[in-house]
Design a protein around this ligand. Structure first.
Ligand code: ADP
Ligand code: MG
Length: 237
């Protein structure tokens, strides 16, 4: 196995003087290829800060981050956005789909940024939509889809570039229980297919689907537990 994520003593501070906040206090963490990691912690514990650093949306104040062995600290902004586009798929609580734009066009967007030729884009979009079970909704716009379907489109968009890492920040936070189950089943399938997933959640039932649980408190990792996941033990599926 090779580490997709290697964080070494990562700190993040915001502000200064009276307003100084230690959002991360020296996080050291390795995530191997194929792991499914849930990150939990109270509001303000540093989850989103961690996610932003993992997603190259923000840089650490100190410490190092290797993504797929590449030191993020050595990349200029252009290389960072290239790596972000190619190697990371994001899923957010609020779906972040472009309104009045079809599911297919939403999923296609990262491939347009990556300058993939049109025929290849079509092929990959169809595959990604099939993977999330929405091949028959390709021409629907977000407002013509349920919340759960919109989030599955967002997952397809996150996957379409075949990223090394899928980052999901409260992906089921805006969904009813039925749609939550659909999205979690989809993440299970992706994990079974070998995807590396880091998921932020505050719900125990959601975290329980992962193979490993990391708990943050006040900017520190205070728990790192292997869960007896179905795919870890291979029983009880
Ligand atoms: P969580 O996602 O676990 O709720 P965050 O990572 O968003 O936590 O925040 C961790 C801490 O850092 C909090 O105290 C928050 O107020 C602070 N923080 C986050 N982003 C900023 C920012 N851009 N400027 C100043 N403080 C911030
Ligand atoms: Mg947050």
């Amino acid at each position: 196995m090779s580490a997709v994520i290697a964080l070494d003593q990562v700190t993040k501070r915001y502000g200064h003087g009276e307003t100084l906040v230690h959002a991360l206090r020296g996080v050291t963490l390795n995530v191997e290829r194929g792991e499914y990691v849930a990150v939990m912690g109270a509001s303000g514990s540093g989850k989103s800060t961690l996610m932003n650093i993992l997603g190259l949306l923000d840089s650490p104040t100190s410490g190092s981050y290797l993504l797929d062995g590449v030191d993020a600290g050595t990349l200029d902004e252009d290389s960072q956005s290239l790596v972000r586009n190619r190697r990371i798929g994001f899923v957010f609580q609020s779906f972040n789909l472009i309104p009045r734009t079809t599911a297919a066009a939403n999923v296609e967007l990262p491939l347009v940024y990556a300058k993939i030729p049109k025929a290849e884009r079509r092929r990959r979009v169809a595959l990604a939509l099939a993977q999330v079970g929405l091949e028959d909704r390709a021409d629907h716009q977000p407002n013509q889809l349920s919340g759960g379907q919109q989030q599955r489109v967002a997952v397809a968009r996150a996957l379409v570039t075949s990223p090394s890492l899928l980052l999901a920040d409260e992906p089921t936070g805006n969904l009813d229980s039925r749609s939550t189950a659909d999205v979690l089943d989809l993440l299970d399938l992706l994990h079974a297919a070998g995807r590396t997933i880091v998921l932020i959640t505050h719900e125990d039932e959601v975290a329980a689907r992962a193979g490993r649980l990391i708990r943050l408190r006040d900017g520190d990792i205070v728990e790192d537990t292997v869960l007896k996941g179905r795919f870890v033990e291979g029983v009880g599926a």
